[in-house]
Ligand binder design. Structure first.
Ligand code: EPU
Length: 454
């Protein structure tokens, strides 16, 4: 692939997207029904878990997104056969796990952050692991120190080389006491995927408890693991000698649900999100309602539409059960249409408001405070890295030429263009395929007015 091919184009190509930009004519409400599949942030981890077993696993509701393609590539490089037995159903056979060639691993460098989770499973299966340089959205530093410290606590030796990250475990991996400095989703998954086959008991303190993590624990339990989730973010894992394959339907994608809900709100539309469930979305639904959204909970999904009028909100992003950082970017577009001043405090990542520059160009009134803002009424403790966006509305948005910066920011540009008057050309849209399955088809089925050359 030539070096002028961008990460976004690579991502788009993985799911068969042929063009990298979309021309949207705004002003038309989104209306209709779309179906969710399994969560990006669970399905990809469930695929990694299959590597721990000595028999094949079956995973259902796997979304056709490029991050799944990257994890498939990593698994195949290590000898796991990945077969799509039906649309969205994968059979993952780890019976012939073998060392990977550097070139295969290197080809995946910079594409996703999931490969970091291969460390523990590969150490168990092969005694060593080679992980490419990571990718993922550029929304902050996104260090991996918690991951590496945890792996060292299990007994791994970590070397950084020109090839990527190389790990070995000459004396095997042993259960450990790990206290995370922050309830990191990825580091919690790293500990779970390593501890299940480590010798002895692991106690994990300050664990993340996102629904996707609970679903991963359910999968590991199906495989034979012994994991107990205690109060106050404590998880105990008793190592077992071996694990077998699982059969599992992935949890629905909460982030995709919240994104389409925000699109319905901003465009004054009415969207039924099939497969969305209330339980995992309660925090989002509260803010959605406060912002003037209305919703009806059905057995097979949730209908999202606008209530009487849009209202400003003050919200802090946080780890679960707080308001997820991934929900703020799509919601911000609806807040530009609310009458009054909204404040979004971003407390999880240190750089997740870069996407607002293009919105300002489209006519939004957004001021980003790079060092955050004091606020008396907040529920999340202030973090040194946080920033705040103050959004004053309502402002008319007008079309512009914008370039997608990251996954959720990219989706929010789609919403902004749909809400705006006139035409917007959005480039780099391949990035959106990292986390939104068939988003072009879904836009079409919801009546969006656009041209996409593919
Ligand atoms: N952090 C560290 N050191 C580490 C790991 C994390 O300092 O070793 C910090 C991060 O820099 C960040 C905070 O801890 O400030 C939280 O990061 P976390 O590890 O929880 O995030 P992640 O596992 O890298 C996952 C999702 C993200 C989602 C976050 C928070 C996946 C593949 N990614 O990332 O999803 O925002 O949890 O819920 O599961 C997305 O889907 O668009 C996305 C970015």
């Amino acid at each position: 692939m030539n070096s002028l091919v961008t990460d976004a184009q690579k991502a788009g190509k993985r799911v068969g997207m042929s063009a990298d930009s979309i021309l949207i004519r705004g002003g038309k409400p989104l209306q209709g029904r779309i179906e969710l599949r399994g969560a990006k942030n669970l399905a990809t981890k469930a695929m990694v878990a299959a590597l721990l077993a000595d028999t094949p696993s079956a995973l259902k509701d796997v979304p056709n997104i490029s991050d799944v393609g990257v994890v498939t590539g990593m698994l195949e490089a290590y000898g796991v056969s990945v077969t799509e037995t039906a649309p969205g159903e994968l059979l993952l056979d780890p019976t012939n796990v073998e060392k990977a060639h550097f070139a295969q691993i290197d080809a995946l460098a910079g594409s996703s952050r999931i490969p970091i989770l291969f460390c523990g499973p590969l150490l168990h299966r092969l005694g060593e692991a080679l992980i490419p340089d990571l990718g993922g959205c550029r929304i902050g530093d996104r260090p991996i120190d918690f991951h590496m410290d945890a792996l060292r606590a299990f007994g791994a030796i970590v070397d950084k080389s020109y090839e990527g990250i190389r790990l070995t475990a000459p004396n095997g991996l042993k259960g450990a006491l790990i206290d995370l400095p922050y309830p990191s989703v990825g580091a919690t998954e790293q500990v779970l995927l390593t501890a299940v086959l480590a010798e002895g008991v692991t106690e994990l303190k300050n664990a993340a408890i996102e629904p996707e993590i609970m679903d991963l624990i359910a999968i590991l339990q199906k495989m034979g693991a012994i994991i107990s989730v205690e109060p106050n973010r404590v998880i105990f894992i008793e190592g077992v000698e071996k694990l077998h394959g699982y059969n599992h339907r992935a949890l629905f994608d909460r982030n995709e649900a919240a994104s389409w809900a925000s699109a319905a709100l901003a465009t004054h539309g009415d969207v039924f999100v099939g497969g969305a469930k209330q339980q995992e979305l309660m925090t989002f639904l509260n803010i959605f309602r406060k912002a003037g959204g209305a919703f009806d909970i059905h057995e097979d999904g949730i209908r999202f539409y606008r209530g009487e009028k849009l209202k400003p909100v003050v919200v802090e992003t946080d780890v679960h059960p707080g308001f997820m950082t991934d929900w703020q970017q799509p919601l911000v577009i609806a807040l530009t249409q609310a009458e009054g001043v909204s404040v979004v405090h971003e407390t999880v990542y240190e750089n997740r408001f870069g996407f607002t520059d293009a919105l300002i160009e489209m006519g939004a009134d957004i001021v980003v405070h790079k060092d955050g803002l004091e606020s008396i009424t907040r529920r999340v403790p202030r973090r040194p890295l946080e920033q705040a966006a103050v959004i004053t509305g309502p402002t008319k948005l007008h079309g512009a030429d914008v370039r997608v910066p990251d996954l959720r920011g990219g989706f929010s540009y789609l919403i902004a263009a749909l809400t705006a008057e006139g035409e917007s050309n959005i480039s780099n849209v391949g990035i959106i395929s990292r986390g939104y399955e068939h988003f072009i088809d879904k836009l079409r089925s919801l009546g969006a007015d656009f041209d996409y050359a593919g």
